[in-house]
Write a protein that binds this ligand. Sequence first.
Ligand SMILES: [Zn+2]
Length: 254
Amino acid sequence: MNFQRLNILTIGLVLILVPAGVLGFVAWWHLLLLIPVYLIILGWGVFDIGSQFFMPTFWRGEKGTVSFTFDDGPDAEVTPKVLEVLKEEGVKAAFFVIGKNAEKHPKLLKQIMDEGHVVGNHTYNHAYVFSKSAAEKQVTEGQDAIEKIIGKKPNYFRPPFGVMTPEIASAIKREKCSVIGWDLRSQDGRIRTKEATINRVKAHLKKSTVLLFHDTNPTTPDALREIIHLCKQNGMKIVSLPEQSGIEPYFNQT
Ligand SMILES: [Zn+2]
């Protein structure tokens, strides 16, 4: 099921049920049932990034592989510590940065690139958007802020909160970006203790391939180190997101 099919199906059902209601074949409440059913399916599409309801999304890799992704940075305090752990453990990660934060810390963005990681767009300031123009502004300004610093336009885009809407999907298509989700949210931003993050990841690690962290939470670097050790102990193959997805991280510069 996707957004287009849902709309076609709903219109089709309305066109059948309205005349059927007029002719007395079905009760009117049957027509009203369409509203909650439509909203439930739409809600699934909006909040579940793996649903691919609005557009194709990379959110799961091959079983046994694992990639590390970090959202919401760069952050002056946490990002350097995350980079240090990644360097010590020999792991290449993906950073979905907020354009405004990248402008504040251009040196950190360059360091991320210099150390062999990749950068993706996570909008300009992580705002909730409700209109097409606001969504376009968020996506495009995020792209521009990153390009100004690293000299390349990112292909990877991750929507804030994993929430996709028709407006955001259309803004992403306009920039021709690839949407990147995850199949395990570490919840490090919410739980905020090292142990809780480790336990959450540990409980789901065997069936997870794309891990989501935040390089804005002070307890993340220490949790990260232990989680990388866990992956290695479990014989998981730690790969970079480009390797895992087969998707180029930047647009070719012509
Ligand atoms: Zn975010």
